[in-house]
Design a protein around this ligand. Structure first.
Ligand SMILES: [Zn+2]
Length: 311
């Protein structure tokens, strides 16, 4: 009997160092859209892979969580998302999570915010009445300065949750900021020739990108939340195009190109490659952010260089 007891005691003592002290673990992170997933993935590096909610090919404005995704959210250690202005479909699911486990990047003091583009007098849609131009444009990841600021926020928050790996998160964020700086320089020189070449986009998502690189957007076919425009807006856009120099109109990967084709019909507008402002048609992961920005720049430059050669 004595033997049994001491043996049990011994094994208890042997096990004790394994059971305690409790250490913080790498958190289960959930993200809303590919660019945010990419930035978090870069900060986490080999330590973990954040979950991405937006499905392949889906629009950021119009999506429904699958039951399995809702469960993943309930089990999430932390959620990074842009915020309710971009993805109202995610707002309700997040109300069940404690506030301390969620960071809306658009609301952070470090984030540069801009309003949606004013349509401009020549593109005003009378059917929209007194349209509120004071709304914050939530497509803030398209300004690389915001992406760099977010890397710092992400690293700081992960370090709080998982102090043991704080140095790794900080070093990964620093490396990612350098990578964005290099990309930013390349993109700036690629787009420099098109600063005075206004173009038309499908939805009002590119204000951050355009203002960061000094580009000019003549107008958008659909509204900022990608809802269909009225006939009056289309007519106004059509008229503005007719009086300007030849330029490009860009459809979007997530939306039916019919409206764009309709608008381009009978004009000198060149239809560019479909843009993907949220990167949902590409692969997710650490490289996705750089690919998104680089591809946008390439698509815009390629079409505008061709339109420039049109007499
Ligand atoms: Zn959008």
């Amino acid at each position: 009997m004595r033997y049994i007891i001491s043996s049990a005691l011994a094994s208890l003592l042997l096990c004790a160092p394994l059971a305690a002290p409790a250490r913080a673990e790498v958190p289960q992170v959930v993200t809303d859209i590919p660019p945010v997933q990419s930035l978090v993935a870069q900060v986490m590096g080999d330590l973990g892979t954040p979950t991405l909610l937006l499905a392949k090919g889906a629009s950021e404005h119009d999506f429904q969580l699958r039951p399995s995704q809702a469960r993943a959210l309930a089990d999430a250690g932390f959620v990074f998302w842009v915020g309710p202005d971009l993805t109202p479909w995610l707002s309700r699911a997040l109300t069940d999570l404690p506030e301390a486990q969620v960071l809306a990047l658009l609301d952070a003091p470090e984030t540069f915010r801009r309003p949606y583009s004013p349509d401009g007098a020549h593109l005003h849609d009378p059917s929209q009445g007194s349209h509120d131009h004071g709304n914050t444009d939530p497509h803030a990841w398209l300004d690389p300065d915001n992406a760099k600021a977010w890397l710092g926020l992400i690293a700081a928050r992960l370090a709080e949750l998982d102090p043991d790996n704080a140095a790794t998160y900080a070093a990964n964020a620093e490396a990612a900021r350098h990578a964005i700086d290099a990309l930013d320089q390349q993109v700036r020189s690629r787009l420099d020739a098109y600063r005075d070449r206004p173009f038309i986009v499908f939805h009002d998502a590119y204000g951050y990108f355009a203002s960061h690189y000094g580009l000019s957007i003549l107008g958008s076919v659909a509204l900022g939340d990608a809802t269909t425009p009225g006939a009056a807006k289309l007519a106004a856009l059509h008229q503005a195009v007719g009086s300007g120099p030849p330029t490009c109109i860009f459809p979007e990967a997530q939306h039916d190109p019919a409206l764009v084709a309709q608008l381009a019909q009978g004009t000198s507008l060149r239809i560019g490659p479909p843009l993907d402002p949220v990167g949902s048609t590409g692969d997710s992961g650490p490289d996705a952010y750089g690919t998104l920005i680089g591809t946008l720049a390439d698509s815009i430059a390629t079409c505008l260089s061709t339109a420039a050669n049109t007499p």
